[in-house]
Design a binder for this molecule. Structure first.
Ligand code: ZN
Length: 292
Protein backbone atom coordinates (compact mmCIF):
# COMPACT_ATOMS: atom_id res chain seq x y z
CA UNK A 1 0.00 0.00 0.00
CA UNK A 2 2.58 2.51 1.18
CA UNK A 3 4.93 1.67 -1.67
CA UNK A 4 2.14 2.19 -4.21
CA UNK A 5 1.29 5.51 -2.65
CA UNK A 6 4.91 6.70 -2.83
CA UNK A 7 5.19 5.53 -6.40
CA UNK A 8 1.98 7.28 -7.40
CA UNK A 9 3.13 10.47 -5.72
CA UNK A 10 6.52 10.31 -7.45
CA UNK A 11 4.82 9.82 -10.82
CA UNK A 12 2.54 12.76 -10.19
CA UNK A 13 5.50 14.99 -9.35
CA UNK A 14 7.27 13.83 -12.50
CA UNK A 15 4.17 14.54 -14.59
CA UNK A 16 3.89 18.02 -13.10
CA UNK A 17 7.54 18.72 -13.86
CA UNK A 18 7.35 17.38 -17.39
CA UNK A 19 4.02 18.63 -18.69
CA UNK A 20 4.44 22.44 -18.78
CA UNK A 21 7.67 22.07 -20.76
CA UNK A 22 6.10 19.70 -23.27
CA UNK A 23 2.94 21.72 -23.63
CA UNK A 24 4.96 24.85 -24.36
CA UNK A 25 6.63 23.19 -27.33
CA UNK A 26 3.50 21.75 -28.85
CA UNK A 27 1.23 23.68 -31.19
CA UNK A 28 -2.23 24.29 -29.72
CA UNK A 29 -4.71 23.11 -32.36
CA UNK A 30 -8.49 23.08 -32.06
CA UNK A 31 -10.53 20.95 -34.52
CA UNK A 32 -14.25 21.52 -34.95
CA UNK A 33 -15.30 17.84 -35.01
CA UNK A 34 -14.03 14.27 -34.74
CA UNK A 35 -13.20 13.60 -38.41
CA UNK A 36 -11.05 16.73 -38.82
CA UNK A 37 -9.49 15.88 -35.48
CA UNK A 38 -8.43 12.46 -36.76
CA UNK A 39 -6.71 14.06 -39.78
CA UNK A 40 -4.89 16.51 -37.46
CA UNK A 41 -3.76 13.65 -35.23
CA UNK A 42 -2.52 11.65 -38.24
CA UNK A 43 -0.38 14.59 -39.40
CA UNK A 44 0.54 16.34 -36.15
CA UNK A 45 1.13 13.29 -33.93
CA UNK A 46 2.71 14.19 -30.59
CA UNK A 47 3.84 17.60 -31.89
CA UNK A 48 0.35 19.06 -31.55
CA UNK A 49 -1.79 19.60 -28.49
CA UNK A 50 -5.19 18.81 -30.01
CA UNK A 51 -8.66 19.65 -28.69
CA UNK A 52 -11.88 18.61 -30.45
CA UNK A 53 -15.04 20.68 -30.00
CA UNK A 54 -17.63 18.10 -31.19
CA UNK A 55 -16.38 14.69 -30.06
CA UNK A 56 -17.24 11.10 -31.04
CA UNK A 57 -20.86 10.06 -31.72
CA UNK A 58 -22.06 13.68 -31.61
CA UNK A 59 -23.89 15.71 -34.23
CA UNK A 60 -21.81 18.66 -35.49
CA UNK A 61 -24.82 20.19 -37.34
CA UNK A 62 -26.73 21.02 -34.16
CA UNK A 63 -23.96 21.49 -31.61
CA UNK A 64 -24.52 23.91 -28.72
CA UNK A 65 -21.14 25.39 -27.66
CA UNK A 66 -20.30 25.67 -23.96
CA UNK A 67 -18.42 28.44 -22.10
CA UNK A 68 -15.40 26.14 -21.88
CA UNK A 69 -15.31 25.93 -25.70
CA UNK A 70 -14.79 29.71 -25.80
CA UNK A 71 -11.80 29.30 -23.45
CA UNK A 72 -10.45 26.46 -25.62
CA UNK A 73 -10.66 28.63 -28.73
CA UNK A 74 -9.12 31.62 -26.96
CA UNK A 75 -6.03 29.47 -26.25
CA UNK A 76 -5.84 28.02 -29.79
CA UNK A 77 -2.93 28.81 -32.11
CA UNK A 78 -4.77 27.29 -35.09
CA UNK A 79 -8.48 26.52 -35.48
CA UNK A 80 -9.36 23.95 -38.17
CA UNK A 81 -12.91 23.71 -39.49
CA UNK A 82 -14.80 21.98 -42.31
CA UNK A 83 -16.66 25.02 -43.62
CA UNK A 84 -19.41 24.77 -46.30
CA UNK A 85 -21.98 25.62 -43.63
CA UNK A 86 -21.33 22.56 -41.44
CA UNK A 87 -20.44 24.51 -38.30
CA UNK A 88 -23.20 27.16 -38.29
CA UNK A 89 -22.62 27.74 -34.54
CA UNK A 90 -18.92 28.56 -34.96
CA UNK A 91 -18.71 32.24 -36.02
CA UNK A 92 -20.49 33.44 -32.86
CA UNK A 93 -18.33 31.20 -30.69
CA UNK A 94 -15.12 32.54 -32.27
CA UNK A 95 -16.30 36.10 -31.84
CA UNK A 96 -17.24 35.64 -28.20
CA UNK A 97 -13.89 33.94 -27.47
CA UNK A 98 -11.89 36.92 -28.71
CA UNK A 99 -9.56 34.48 -30.48
CA UNK A 100 -7.05 35.82 -33.00
CA UNK A 101 -5.97 32.34 -34.15
CA UNK A 102 -6.02 31.72 -37.90
CA UNK A 103 -9.10 29.77 -39.00
CA UNK A 104 -8.21 27.10 -41.56
CA UNK A 105 -11.01 25.77 -43.77
CA UNK A 106 -10.06 22.18 -44.54
CA UNK A 107 -12.36 21.96 -47.60
CA UNK A 108 -10.55 24.77 -49.46
CA UNK A 109 -10.08 23.75 -53.10
CA UNK A 110 -12.74 21.00 -53.07
CA UNK A 111 -15.34 20.95 -55.86
CA UNK A 112 -18.48 21.60 -53.81
CA UNK A 113 -21.71 19.69 -54.45
CA UNK A 114 -25.06 21.36 -54.00
CA UNK A 115 -28.16 19.97 -52.38
CA UNK A 116 -30.98 22.26 -53.44
CA UNK A 117 -29.72 25.77 -52.72
CA UNK A 118 -27.35 24.64 -49.92
CA UNK A 119 -23.74 23.54 -50.23
CA UNK A 120 -23.31 19.92 -49.19
CA UNK A 121 -20.72 20.04 -46.40
CA UNK A 122 -19.99 16.25 -46.22
CA UNK A 123 -16.98 16.43 -48.57
CA UNK A 124 -14.88 13.99 -46.47
CA UNK A 125 -17.03 11.07 -47.64
CA UNK A 126 -14.96 10.90 -50.85
CA UNK A 127 -11.43 9.69 -50.07
CA UNK A 128 -10.01 11.89 -52.86
CA UNK A 129 -11.45 14.88 -50.99
CA UNK A 130 -10.04 13.61 -47.69
CA UNK A 131 -6.61 13.91 -49.33
CA UNK A 132 -7.29 17.61 -49.92
CA UNK A 133 -8.28 18.03 -46.26
CA UNK A 134 -4.95 16.44 -45.34
CA UNK A 135 -2.83 18.68 -47.59
CA UNK A 136 -4.67 21.79 -46.34
CA UNK A 137 -4.14 20.76 -42.71
CA UNK A 138 -0.49 19.81 -43.36
CA UNK A 139 0.22 23.26 -44.87
CA UNK A 140 -1.59 25.05 -42.03
CA UNK A 141 0.35 23.18 -39.33
CA UNK A 142 3.64 23.74 -41.16
CA UNK A 143 3.09 27.47 -41.46
CA UNK A 144 1.99 27.82 -37.81
CA UNK A 145 4.98 25.79 -36.60
CA UNK A 146 7.79 25.98 -39.21
CA UNK A 147 10.26 24.19 -36.90
CA UNK A 148 8.14 21.02 -37.18
CA UNK A 149 7.23 21.43 -40.87
CA UNK A 150 9.41 18.52 -41.96
CA UNK A 151 7.84 16.24 -39.34
CA UNK A 152 4.31 17.20 -40.52
CA UNK A 153 5.18 16.73 -44.21
CA UNK A 154 6.66 13.32 -43.51
CA UNK A 155 3.64 12.04 -41.61
CA UNK A 156 1.20 13.58 -44.11
CA UNK A 157 3.07 11.86 -46.96
CA UNK A 158 2.63 8.45 -45.36
CA UNK A 159 -0.99 9.11 -44.48
CA UNK A 160 -1.77 10.25 -48.05
CA UNK A 161 -0.37 6.94 -49.30
CA UNK A 162 -2.70 5.12 -46.87
CA UNK A 163 -5.62 7.14 -48.27
CA UNK A 164 -4.67 6.17 -51.84
CA UNK A 165 -4.78 2.52 -50.80
CA UNK A 166 -8.13 3.11 -49.06
CA UNK A 167 -9.60 4.70 -52.19
CA UNK A 168 -8.60 1.61 -54.23
CA UNK A 169 -10.15 -0.62 -51.55
CA UNK A 170 -13.47 1.22 -51.82
CA UNK A 171 -13.52 0.99 -55.62
CA UNK A 172 -12.69 -2.72 -55.60
CA UNK A 173 -15.42 -3.44 -53.02
CA UNK A 174 -18.07 -1.56 -55.00
CA UNK A 175 -17.05 -3.33 -58.22
CA UNK A 176 -18.34 -6.53 -56.60
CA UNK A 177 -21.85 -5.17 -56.02
CA UNK A 178 -24.18 -5.83 -58.99
CA UNK A 179 -24.86 -2.40 -60.62
CA UNK A 180 -28.65 -2.70 -60.21
CA UNK A 181 -28.23 -3.15 -56.45
CA UNK A 182 -26.04 -0.06 -55.89
CA UNK A 183 -28.74 1.99 -54.12
CA UNK A 184 -29.63 2.50 -50.47
CA UNK A 185 -31.56 4.67 -48.02
CA UNK A 186 -29.72 6.54 -45.26
CA UNK A 187 -31.02 8.88 -42.57
CA UNK A 188 -29.73 12.30 -43.66
CA UNK A 189 -28.20 13.36 -46.95
CA UNK A 190 -24.55 12.85 -45.94
CA UNK A 191 -23.27 10.63 -48.75
CA UNK A 192 -23.54 12.89 -51.81
CA UNK A 193 -19.74 12.98 -52.29
CA UNK A 194 -19.49 9.24 -51.72
CA UNK A 195 -22.25 8.67 -54.28
CA UNK A 196 -20.58 10.96 -56.83
CA UNK A 197 -17.14 9.38 -56.35
CA UNK A 198 -18.09 5.71 -56.17
CA UNK A 199 -21.44 5.27 -57.90
CA UNK A 200 -23.82 4.17 -55.17
CA UNK A 201 -27.14 6.03 -55.08
CA UNK A 202 -28.31 7.31 -51.68
CA UNK A 203 -31.80 8.52 -50.86
CA UNK A 204 -32.26 10.27 -47.50
CA UNK A 205 -35.42 11.45 -45.70
CA UNK A 206 -33.50 14.31 -44.04
CA UNK A 207 -31.64 16.96 -46.04
CA UNK A 208 -27.93 17.81 -45.79
CA UNK A 209 -28.45 19.01 -42.24
CA UNK A 210 -30.07 17.09 -39.38
CA UNK A 211 -31.74 20.31 -38.24
CA UNK A 212 -34.93 19.91 -40.27
CA UNK A 213 -37.67 17.32 -39.76
CA UNK A 214 -39.11 15.54 -42.81
CA UNK A 215 -42.82 16.04 -43.47
CA UNK A 216 -45.31 13.16 -43.76
CA UNK A 217 -45.30 13.86 -47.49
CA UNK A 218 -41.47 13.53 -47.70
CA UNK A 219 -41.70 10.16 -45.95
CA UNK A 220 -44.52 8.91 -48.17
CA UNK A 221 -42.47 9.94 -51.21
CA UNK A 222 -39.45 7.96 -50.00
CA UNK A 223 -41.54 4.89 -49.26
CA UNK A 224 -42.83 5.13 -52.84
CA UNK A 225 -39.26 5.45 -54.18
CA UNK A 226 -38.02 2.44 -52.19
CA UNK A 227 -40.84 0.30 -53.57
CA UNK A 228 -40.63 1.53 -57.16
CA UNK A 229 -36.83 1.32 -57.39
CA UNK A 230 -36.68 -1.92 -55.34
CA UNK A 231 -34.05 -0.44 -53.05
CA UNK A 232 -32.58 -3.45 -51.23
CA UNK A 233 -31.37 -1.91 -47.97
CA UNK A 234 -31.78 0.96 -45.52
CA UNK A 235 -29.03 2.16 -43.17
CA UNK A 236 -28.99 3.82 -39.76
CA UNK A 237 -26.47 6.46 -38.67
CA UNK A 238 -24.66 6.97 -35.39
CA UNK A 239 -25.77 10.60 -35.08
CA UNK A 240 -29.44 10.49 -36.12
CA UNK A 241 -32.75 9.16 -34.87
CA UNK A 242 -33.26 5.56 -36.01
CA UNK A 243 -37.05 5.44 -35.79
CA UNK A 244 -37.76 6.99 -39.16
CA UNK A 245 -35.50 4.68 -41.13
CA UNK A 246 -36.87 1.74 -39.13
CA UNK A 247 -40.38 2.69 -40.18
CA UNK A 248 -39.39 2.94 -43.85
CA UNK A 249 -37.84 -0.53 -43.62
CA UNK A 250 -40.96 -1.98 -41.99
CA UNK A 251 -43.28 -0.51 -44.61
CA UNK A 252 -41.24 -1.51 -47.66
CA UNK A 253 -39.61 -4.78 -46.66
CA UNK A 254 -36.12 -3.35 -47.30
CA UNK A 255 -33.40 -4.91 -45.14
CA UNK A 256 -31.78 -2.85 -42.38
CA UNK A 257 -28.14 -3.03 -43.45
CA UNK A 258 -26.66 -1.78 -40.18
CA UNK A 259 -25.14 1.55 -39.24
CA UNK A 260 -23.23 3.88 -41.53
CA UNK A 261 -20.92 6.45 -39.99
CA UNK A 262 -21.53 9.78 -41.68
CA UNK A 263 -20.56 12.83 -39.65
CA UNK A 264 -18.84 11.46 -36.59
CA UNK A 265 -16.29 8.89 -35.56
CA UNK A 266 -16.86 6.59 -32.59
CA UNK A 267 -14.81 6.30 -29.40
CA UNK A 268 -11.80 3.96 -29.35
CA UNK A 269 -14.11 1.05 -28.43
CA UNK A 270 -16.51 1.61 -31.34
CA UNK A 271 -16.37 0.44 -34.97
CA UNK A 272 -15.03 3.72 -36.41
CA UNK A 273 -12.44 5.33 -34.12
CA UNK A 274 -10.51 6.73 -37.14
CA UNK A 275 -11.41 8.04 -40.59
CA UNK A 276 -9.87 5.00 -42.28
CA UNK A 277 -11.76 2.63 -39.96
CA UNK A 278 -14.97 4.58 -40.69
CA UNK A 279 -14.64 4.21 -44.47
CA UNK A 280 -13.79 0.51 -44.11
CA UNK A 281 -16.76 -0.07 -41.83
CA UNK A 282 -19.14 1.69 -44.23
CA UNK A 283 -17.85 -0.30 -47.20
CA UNK A 284 -18.24 -3.56 -45.33
CA UNK A 285 -21.80 -2.66 -44.28
CA UNK A 286 -22.73 -1.66 -47.85
CA UNK A 287 -21.21 -4.71 -49.51
CA UNK A 288 -22.64 -7.21 -47.03
CA UNK A 289 -26.15 -5.77 -47.54
CA UNK A 290 -25.95 -5.39 -51.35
CA UNK A 291 -23.38 -7.81 -52.70
CA UNK A 292 -25.66 -10.80 -53.54
ZN1 ZN B 1 -24.46 15.62 -41.87
Amino acid sequence: MRLWFCLALALQVLALLASPLQAAERLNVVASFSIISDFVRAIGGERVNLTTLVGPNSDVHVYAPTPSDAKTIAAAQVLIVNGLGLEGWLPRLVQSSGSKAPIVTATTGIATLKSGSDSDPHAWQSVANAKLYVTNIRDALASADPADAEFFRDRAGRYLADLDALDREVREAIEKIPPERRKVISTHDAFGYFAAAYGIAFIAPLGVSTESEPSARDIAKIIGQVRAARIPAVFLENISDDRLVGRIAAETGAVIGGTLFSDSLTTEKGDAPTYIAMVRHNIKALTSALDH
